[in-house]
Design a protein around this ligand. Structure first.
Ligand code: ATP
Ligand code: MG
Length: 385
């Protein structure tokens, strides 16, 4: 019978927390396969999926590859541990002329034959039945794994598929992602979720300066992110009045710095109200005027919760590659304007001095502006399809 073996890595490092990580991971795996027929079981150090419809195997694997905390998976033939049965199964393998090696692993030492001996014996049987194949111990095309487990079963596999890695979603608390319509912020959310952080998102718009389509684009982005993040609550907030006030009363060159500081304050407010322990942004050092060290300092100064910037040391090209991999790129490049492009100054300050920023900011009624934004909040919840 074919089963899917799921392996997880880092969880082992977590000592007595391990059970908690495994339980969350098991729930997340089950959740990812909702709607399919399957049996999910914990076996020592792995999970096993059996009794699934093999015609769905590809799509099931695709879903599993997106579950954070899983590191690799293999489709394996499961047999009751019996030496003759193992030999017969190896004799049936068709390697198509590819080079191979056998790696036997005897987790169950009850099995009397040592791994080295097994490798040689089973390798011989495979060679007898695959006249065009050769053994290559160092760089084989196919690794034949023969895994003899404590549960009385042996698993034979010839493939190993990489999964998303990281830690199970939900094991590291919750954070609030500042989600623009751009390329970077979805990638930033992906990276933090991959470390186990459950994500809610906040999006700022300047309707009617920005269109309804810009808002819809962000909803579509969040939906796409749900392939990995399962579900996302989006807090949609207007900053139109803030931009108008800054435009009216402040030095225009400070528009972005002042707006960013307001976004950070509002984000912190929403985070605290919703018990979200950190903010996440897609900033990358020096990428644009608002992401110089001085700008980041100026915007960071208004909050007192951690701000995670997982892309801080990434090149744009690397971020774009990941955006393509996680499927958000094509949505991000749709040409709807971001609120930050409204009232854009010709010469934005790249090294805002805090005293100058404060001198501009004093012209605004900050509490009232924040309250008006909070009153505009609209919540949209999206789920994976
Ligand atoms: P992105 O590709 O994520 O839009 P960017 O390179 O365009 O980033 P900025 O526009 O400077 O850079 O934005 C920096 C970060 O600020 C974004 O990654 C995002 O986290 C946050 N941000 C910017 N605009 C918005 C917005 N309208 N709503 C929510 N967050 C935003
Ligand atoms: Mg942007």
């Amino acid at each position: 019978m074919n089963v899917i073996l799921l392996r997880y890595g880092e969880i082992f490092l977590k000592g007595h927390n391990r059970k908690f990580f495994e339980q969350v991971l098991q729930q997340n795996i089950a959740e990812s396969l909702k709607g399919f027929k399957f049996n999910l079981q914990k076996i020592s150090g792995r999970f096993e999926i059996s009794e699934y419809d093999e015609s769905n195997e590809k799509i099931i694997i695709d879903k599993l590859q997106k579950v954070f905390g899983l590191h690799t998976l293999s489709v394996a033939e499961r047999l009751e541990t019996d030496y003759d049965a193992i030999k017969t199964a190896c004799a049936k393998l068709d390697l198509n002329g590819k080079t191979f090696r056998v790696t036997a692993n005897r987790a169950s030492k009850i099995f009397p034959i040592k791994s080295m001996e097994l490798n040689a014996e089973l390798g011989g049987i495979i060679l007898d039945n695959n006249k065009n194949s050769k053994v290559d111990l160092h760089n084989p095309d196919v690794k034949v794994r023969v895994d003899i487990r404590e549960n009385g079963y042996t698993y034979i596999s010839t493939n190993i598929i990489k999964c998303a890695g990281g830690m199970p979603l939900g094991t590291a608390g919750k954070g609030l992602l500042l989600l623009s319509g751009g390329i970077d912020s979805p990638v930033a959310g992906y990276f933090m979720a991959r470390r186990g952080l459950k994500i809610e998102a906040i999006h700022f718009h300047s309707y009617p300066y920005t269109s309804e389509l810009a808002k819809q684009k962000v909803i579509n982005l969040a939906k796409k992110m749900c392939d990995y993040l399962v579900d996302i609550k989006i807090h949609i907030i207007s900053v139109t009045h803030i931009q108008e006030e800054i435009h009216k009363y402040c030095d225009g060159d400070f528009m972005i710095t002042l707006l960013r500081r307001m976004m950070m304050r509002i984000s912190q407010n929403i985070a605290k109200k919703n018990e979200l322990g950190a903010l996440i942004t897609g900033e990358s050092l020096g990428q644009v005027a608002s992401q110089t060290l001085q700008s980041i300092n100026a915007t960071n100064a208004v909050v007192d919760i951690p701000v995670f910037r997982p892309l801080i040391g990434f090149d744009k090209q690397d971020i774009m590659d990941i955006a393509r991999k996680i499927g958000t790129y094509d949505i991000s490049i749709q040409p709807y304007e971001d609120c930050c492009t409204v009232f854009l100054p010709k010469n934005p300050v790249t090294k805002p001095k805090l005293d100058k920023v404060l001198r501009e900011e004093i012209k605004l009624d900050i509490d009232e502006l924040i309250q008006k934004s909070l009153d505009s909040e609209e919540i949209v919840e999206v789920h994976c399809i």
